[in-house]
Structure formats: structure tokens, C-alpha cells
Design a protein around this ligand. Structure first.
Ligand code: NAD
Ligand code: IPM
Ligand code: MN
Length: 355
């Protein structure tokens, strides 16, 4: 009997539906090729059109609905005519935290034949895993505004760092580093200027490191980290940091490796009490929406991460090899220097499965 997985597919806004279509085509193709498992997809129409029609991004039973699935595949959210703070807190951030997806894993690698953007970077120098704290920190959602519109208006945006939250992300990061050949972890903070929360972060890194004597680790301030990524990329392997810091560094990393269009991510609940959610790192990309030219690799790579999480490791590797082969043959979209559109790249990847 083939193994069965129920997947919630939530394409969302902008190029989200274009890249999620591509990911579903690749997932269906690899499931057929494998014959070992089946995927049934439910399309959830939550996004900005749904919001305009119903007044809500996430229905009141939305989280309960998601818990019935083995995983969630998400595209992007954000529309030009709705404030980003409403759309993002209405949908994406209303899922990551409440579903306790407290880890965000963002691998970045320079794919075959892709020229890195900086002359300081050789393709083999970039093979990184970013581990992003995904439930608190600068995204804790604590704050407010008073005296609206007056000159003495005040707004607060409070970053929250808890011992529990830091310890669990730090353990995940050390475990990730320990599972990779180089066993190398860089802990990113800004504990010179941010002297409470990020000093706690450094202290807990030191404590947790004692549980992982095989892992070599170092600390970086986030500003200097941007320079090290560009000037000395081969010195890095696994990187852990706060919600905001890794948000920024992972976009930089993707651009260095070729394009933000390739960046993949997994929002993980390591306890497996709830579903994990897989999504490309990029957003709705209004400037190219509807043109059919969006790079589908971030979404397809994310779906490979989903299969790995579900235990279908062989099929996950098949997808990654098919992506590598398409890149090696120059079958890429314009952001990577190629000439193909979204559907042609997807077809190239599907035809590479198992080759
Ligand atoms: P963006 O990632 O949407 O776009 C930045 C630039 O990268 C654009 O020039 C875009 O064309 C290009 N790009 C992005 N993805 C691409 C792809 N797959 N192929 C080729 N080019 C690609 O970031 P932005 O412009 O800052 O944000 C647009 C909207 O998306 C905003 O509403 C923002 O809040 C939202 N956003 C959502 C998510 C998410 O849902 N996960 C992530 C980031 C931004
Ligand atoms: C990402 C995005 C989101 C984030 C935004 C859209 C809230 O930029 O997933 O990288 O900052 O986490
Ligand atoms: Mn981001």
C-alpha cells in the first residue's frame, strides 16, 4: 500500500499561485515516479482576494483546519492595495507562531552553473543552512501606538527573547550543525548594542554548546556577518540567529547565490504536534505577477524539503537532482540568466526526474 499524505496548498497572492502550481506539478510527477506514496492536495484560497471578499485572511477555524493536514505548502501573501502589516499578520505570521513552527530552516546553495553575484564568491563557497528563530524576538507582535496623529504620538515594537525560546532554537541549530560534515556553527547576534535579549542569546549559546562538543562554533555581530558572507563565504556552514536578523541575512545569501527566486524554507514544529509549513522565501513580487516568468525553484526546493520532512527522502533527493540538472543545462528563468519561463523550467525539472 502506498503511503498517503494530505497536503494543504495555499498559493496566496501575486506570483504565489504561479510558483505553487509549478511545485504541485513536480510533486505529482515525483510521486508517480516513486509509486511508493500518494499526495492529496486541498486548495485553501486564503489570501488577499479572500480577505477582500470575507474581511479575514485566516478563517476563525483556520488553524484547526490546518492541523488536519500532514503539511502545508504556502506561496506568498501581500497585495499592493492592502497594508503589509495587515496581510502578513493576517495570514503568514498568524500561522507560524500559533502553529508553534518555531524553527525556520533556510538552505542556500549555489546551484550548478549559476554564477554567484560577487566576484569574491566561488560557487562552491556557498553551501549554508540558516536556522531562524521563528516564534518570538523582533516578531513577537508586542507593542502599540497611542496619541495617534499628534506630534507626541508614540509607538513601541518590543522584541521578546525567552530562555525557553532561545534554548530550543539553539539546540536545533547545534543538532543541524552536528549532522553536517563540517560541524560548524556561527551564532549571529547584535549583543554589543542590544545588551539584554541578545546577551542572553550569547549566554545560552555557550550553555548549549557544552551538549555538542563535536561542533565548532563562533559568534558574529550581524553587521560584520554581512561582510563575512560576501568576503569570506567559505568560512560559514550552519548559521543561527534571531527572527529579524536571519530574515535579512537569508535574502542576502540568496542574492549572493544567484537570486532570491531560488531560496526555499521550512517552518518547522520539531515536536510534530502540528503541521509544518513549506514556502519559498520570496514574496508576491508584484512587478512580475501574471507574466509567467517567476522562478519556480524556491517553491520546488521547498516542496523537496517537505518530502524530506515527511520521510520521503529519496524523492526529495530526486527533486533536488532534477533542479541541479536543469540549472547545469541552462534551463533557468531570467533572474538566473536563462531564457525560459516558469512553465518551461518546471517541465525541464519534471523531465529530469530520475535521470
Ligand atoms: P519580493 O520577494 O516579492 O520581490 C523582491 C524582488 O525579487 C522583486 O523584484 C521580484 O520581482 C523579485 N523576485 C521575487 N521572487 C522572485 C521569483 N520567484 N522569480 C523572479 N524574481 C523574483 O519582495 P518585496 O517586493 O519586498 O515584497 C512584495 C510583497 O510580498 C510585499 O507585500 C511583502 O510584504 C510580501 N512578502 C511576502 C512574503 C511571504 O509571503 N513569505 C515574503 C516576502 C515579502
Ligand atoms: C520571509 C518574509 C516574512 C518575514 C514577511 C513577509 C513577514 O520576509 O518569510 O522572509 O519577515 O518573515
Ligand atoms: Mn524575508
Amino acid at each position: 500500500m502506498p503511503r498517503e499524505y494530505k497536503i494543504a496548498s495555499m498559493p496566496g497572492d501575486g506570483i504565489g499561485p504561479e510558483v505553487i502550481d509549478a511545485a504541485l506539478d513536480v510533486l505529482n510527477a515525483v510521486a508517480r515516479y516513486s509509486g511508493q506514496f500518494t499526495l492529496s492536495f486541498s486548495n485553501l484560497p486564503w489570501g488577499s482576494d479572500f480577505y477582500k471578499a470575507t474581511g479575514t485572511y485566516l478563517p476563525s477555524n483556520g488553524l484547526e483546519t490546518l492541523k488536519k493536514y500532514d503539511a502545508v505548502l504556502f506561496g506568498a501573501v501581500g497585495a499592493p492595495d492592502i497594508p503589509d502589516s495587515v496581510s502578513l499578520w493576517g495570514l503568514l505570521l498568524a500561522m507560524r507562531g500559533p502553529l508553534q513552527q518555531y524553527v525556520n530552516v533556510r538552505p542556500v546553495k549555489c546551484l550548478s552553473s549559476i554564477e554567484p553575484v560577487s566576484r569574491h564568491v566561488r560557487p562552491k563557497d556557498i553551501d549554508w543552512i540558516f536556522v531562524r528563530e521563528n516564534s518570538e524576538g523582533e516578531y513577537a507582535g508586542q507593542g502599540g501606538r497611542t496619541h495617534s496623529g499628534f506630534d507626541w504620538e508614540v509607538a513601541t515594537e518590543v522584541a521578546i527573547f525567552t530562555r525557553h525560546g532561545i534554548r530550543r532554537i539553539m539546540r536545533f541549530a547545534f543538532e543541524t550543525a552536528a549532522s553536517r560534515p563540517r560541524k560548524l556553527l556561527t551564532v549571529v547576534t547584535k549583543s554589543n548594542a542590544q545588551r539584554y535579549g541578545l546577551v542572553l542569546w550569547d549566554e545560552i549559546a555557550g550553555e548549549v554548546s557544552k551538549e555538542f562538543p563535536d561542533v565548532k562554533w563562533d559568534k558574529m555581530l550581524v553587521d560584520a556577518m554581512t561582510v563575512r558572507m560576501v568576503r569570506n563565504p567559505q568560512s560559514l556552514d550552519t548559521i543561527v540567529g534571531t527572527n529579524l536578523h536571519i530574515d535579512i541575512l537569508s535574502d542576502l545569501a540568496a542574492a549572493l547565490a544567484g537570486s532570491v527566486g531560488i531560496a526555499a524554507s521550512a517552518n518547522i514544529d520539531p515536536t510534530r504536534k502540528g503541521p509544518s509549513m513549506f514556502e519559498p522565501v520570496h514574496g508576491s513580487a508584484f512587478d512580475i505577477t501574471g507574466k509567467g516568468i517567476a522562478n519556480p525553484l524556491g517553491a520546488i526546493w521547498s516542496s523537496a524539503m517537505m518530502l524530506e520532512w515527511l520521510g520521503e527522502t529519496q524523492s526529495s533527493v530526486l527533486i533536488m537532482n532534477a533542479i541541479e540538472k536543469a540549472c547545469a543545462e541552462g534551463n533557468t528563468t531570467g533572474d538566473l540568466g536563462g531564457k525560459l519561463n516558469t512553465k518551461q523550467v518546471t517541465a525541464a525539472i519534471i523531465s529530469n526526474i530520475g535521470k
